[in-house]
Design a protein around this ligand. Sequence first.
Ligand SMILES: Cc1cc2nc3c(=O)[nH]c(=O)nc-3n(C[C@H](O)[C@H](O)[C@H](O)COP(=O)(O)OP(=O)(O)OC[C@H]3O[C@@H](n4cnc5c(N)ncnc54)[C@H](O)[C@@H]3O)c2cc1C
Length: 396
Amino acid sequence: MDFNLSSEDEAFRRELRDWLDANLPESERIPPVDFMFEENAEQWQRRLRWHKKMHAAGWVGISWPKEYGGRGASLIQQLIFAEEMSRACAPRLVNTMGIMMVGPTLIHWGTEEQKKRYVPKILSAEEIWSQGYSEPNSGSDVASLQTRAVEEGDYFIVNGSKVWTSDAQHADYCILLVRTDPSAPKHKGISYILVDMHSPGVTVRPLVQMTGASGFNQVFFEDVKVPKKNLIGEKNRGWDVAITTLMFERSGVGENRDLSATARELARLARQIEINGRSAWENSSVRQRIAQFATEAAALKHTVARQLTRRLRGQQPGPEGSITKLFASELNLRMNYFAMELLGPYGQLSYRAPGAIDEGKWSVRMLGSRALTIAGGTSEIMRNIIGDRVLRLPRD
Ligand SMILES: Cc1cc2nc3c(=O)[nH]c(=O)nc-3n(C[C@H](O)[C@H](O)[C@H](O)COP(=O)(O)OP(=O)(O)OC[C@H]3O[C@@H](n4cnc5c(N)ncnc54)[C@H](O)[C@@H]3O)c2cc1C
C-alpha cells in the first residue's frame, strides 16, 4: 500500500471538500458517531433529503461501477470520502445496509435482470433495505436459522421470525436467509432471497435499545409469498452469498469510522473538565491516555488502508475485515468509557439534562457504543475468525 495520494486522489479530496463546504450548511452538521440517539420521523426525512442531494451530485456509492449508477471511484477514494464526511460532520446517508452490503452482493451474485431491477434504487434510496439474518435463537451461529421457505408454484412461502433487524421500520426490501432444505447439514440447506417488506404477512415490531433509540426491530413472516425470481445464487447455496454480504458488512463497519475525530473531542473535553481544581488536560496521565487513543486511531486508519490493498487487486473483502471491525468497535467503546471517567459524576446526567456537559451526549454514546461490538458479529466471534482464518491457529 502506497500512502502517498496521487494527484487524481488529491483532486478528488478537494472536489468533495469544496462540494461539502458549498452544500452542507453549518446548522446541518452533526458529529457522525451520534447515531445511537433516537431519531424521529422528521430527522429521518432530513437525512433522506441529504442523501438525495448527495446522490444527485454523484456522491453516493462512489466506488460502485458506473454502469450501476456509481462513480467508479477507487477504494482509496472511498477512504478519502469517509474521512471528509467525518471531517465535515456530515449527516449519515440513509440506506446504509443497501449501499454497504446489499448492492455489492447483488453486483457480485445477482443476474443481470436482478442487478438492473434493484441496484440503482439502492443508491437513490428510492428503496430502503434491511438485513434479515439473526433470529431469536440464531445470532452468532446464524447458520442454525429456522425461518422456513417452502416452494409453491412460482413462489416461496416464508414463515418465521428475524430479530435485531435494523431499519426494518423504514425498509422496502429485506435480504432474507431462509431454510429451504431442513434435512441438509445446516450450512447447506439455506437460501438467500429478497423479500418485499410490504408483502402481506410481514409484521415489523420495534425494539428499544438501552440508549432509548429504537433503530432495530423484530420482524415476523407469516405465509409470506416471495417470487422465486427473487432467489440470489442457487437454491440451498445461500450461505456462500450470505458470507459475501457479511464480508462487506464487517469491512465496512471498520472503514467508515474515523476515530481520530473522537480523540480530538476527548482532548477538547479534557480542557473543559477540572480535576482537583485544575484542568484535566494538565494531568499528564489524562494526556497520555488521549495520545494513546489518537495513536490507535491512526493505526486503525492504516490497517484499513492495508486491507484495501486486497480489494484494490480486485478481490472481495476477506477475513481481515474482522480485524478492523473488532479494533474499531472496541476502541470506540474504550474512548467512550474514558469520557465517562473524565466526566465523573457529570457522566450520570442524561441527554440534554440541565448542567450536562456536551449536552450529556457522552453517556448516550457510551451506552450505544456497546452495540457496535455486537452488530455484524460479536467481538468474541471476530477473535475466533482472526484466530482461525487470519492467524491459522490450531482449533484446540
Ligand atoms: C445495533 C445492532 C444492530 C443489528 N442489526 C442487525 C440486522 O440489521 N440484521 C441482523 O440480522 N442482525 C442484526 N443484529 C444482530 C447481531 O448480528 C447479533 O446480535 C450478533 O450476531 C450476536 O448474536 P446474538 O445477539 O444472538 O448473541 P449470541 O450469539 O447468543 O451470543 C451471546 C454471547 O455469546 C458469545 N458467543 C456466541 N458464540 C460464541 C463462540 N462460538 N465463541 C465465543 N463466544 C461466543 C457472543 O460473543 C456473545 O457475547 C444487530 C445487532 C445490534 C446490536
